[in-house]
Design a protein around this ligand. Structure first.
Ligand code: NAD
Length: 329
């Protein structure tokens, strides 16, 4: 009998074809997502699942899965999977790093520029036919070049944002749990800073940490107050890294000047205080959403499924210790 794989949501067809060449594929070709109950039900007798960030593989769900070899998430973030529980249950977990780094960094920079230069507001103004004359202070925004960018989470995407900032002659500060290698600091002209200093000195603060217990609400009312009143916050990491109610309040009170957000605490819901606020530029979680990148992500997840089923080491494991423990016997 052929091995059997579940694809929980619509993906690029190339990835489905790749899996169909060898396996039975149960493909949920919709954008609806599966409930916990449906996930458990549809995974009965399957060896692998290609999942997305809306599929919640918590401890309870994982405890009910039998014979599953791999959860191959089509995303670099894997906060939707309880990795410790998966490891205990002997299930490999993989993600899709690197292929989305530059696209996500591009979007972070696009949000930064759009917020600082009021592009979305200007676009709505022109489209509405309200633009009647040029004026010296029409839609004036804030300079980006030569300003200070504070990057929180200086991993793959954080560093790629730093690389873009060089082209804008920006001063780059970063804060990370791990200090970057000296050659990376040199190449990007980036200075390590403690969290408080970065918040106080940055004109733009861009978030690139994963969502974990230690980063949930990393930016709350106190952190927002520590930022400059002219500062702009950019979040392309995960919504819960920012206390969204506190951010909405801070924008209304002028505690900071603006925010460019791609991710939200309860997607697709957005805090009502952020809606219709011209200084908040909002995107529907499209950090990695380019045709090229999304295709690569789907194929990468499919490759991880192939490897797991064929007994090879999946290239993008987030719990490699499980593989290594098995290899040692
Ligand atoms: P990465 O692992 O390369 O980088 C994350 C960095 O954060 C690491 O350097 C790590 O040391 C640091 N970090 C972790 N916890 C920290 C803490 N408490 N304080 C300070 N630093 C901490 O990951 P990446 O590939 O750069 O991706 C980062 C995140 O971006 C992903 O986890 C994902 O949630 C998010 N993401 C979002 C989109 C989107 O569509 N908006 C797309 C891709 C990635």
């Amino acid at each position: 009998m052929k091995p059997s794989v579940l694809i929980t949501k619509r993906v690029y067809p190339e990835a489905v074809e790749l899996l169909r060449e060898r396996y039975e594929v149960d493909y949920e070709a919709t954008d609806d997502g599966l409930s916990a109950e449906q996930l458990v039900e549809r995974l009965r007798g399957k060896q692998a699942v290609m999942s997305q960030l809306t599929d919640k593989f918590n401890r309870e769900v994982i405890a009910r899965l039998e014979g599953l070899k791999i959860i191959a998430n089509v995303a670099v973030g894997y906060d939707n999977v309880d990795v410790a529980a998966a490891t205990e249950a002997g299930i490999l977990v993989s993600n899709t790093p690197d292929v989305l780094t530059d696209s996500t960094a591009d979007l972070a920079f696009a949000l930064l520029l759009a917020t600082a230069r009021r592009i979305v507001e200007g676009h709505a103004f022109v489209h509405s036919g309200r633009w009647k004359k040029w004026a010296i202070d029409l839609m004036v925004g804030l300079d980006v070049h030569h300003k200070t960018l504070g990057i929180i989470g200086f991993g793959r995407i954080g560093q790629a944002v730093g690389r873009r900032a060089r082209g804008f002659s920006m001063r780059v500060l970063y804060h990370d749990a791990v200090r970057a290698p000296a050659e990376v600091e040199r190449e990007l002209g980036a200075e390590a800073a403690d969290f408080e200093t970065l918040l106080a000195e940055s004109d733009f603060v861009s978030l690139h940490v994963p969502l974990t217990a230690s980063t949930r609400h990393l930016i709350g009312p106190g952190e927002l107050r520590r930022m400059k009143r002219t500062a702009i916050l950019v979040n392309t990491s995960r919504g819960p890294v920012v206390d969204e109610a506190a951010l909405a309040e801070a924008l209304h009170q002028g505690v900071i000047a603006g925010a460019g957000l791609d991710v939200f605490e309860r997607e697709p819901e957005v805090h009502p205080g952020l809606l219709n606020l011209p200084q908040a530029v909002l995107a529907p979680h499209i950090g990695s959403a380019t045709i090229e990148t999304r295709r690569k992500m789907c194929l990468m997840a499919a490759e991880n499924v192939l490897a797991a089923i064929e007994g090879r080491r999946p290239p993008n494991l987030v719990n490699p210790e499980l593989w290594e423990r098995r290899a040692r016997g």
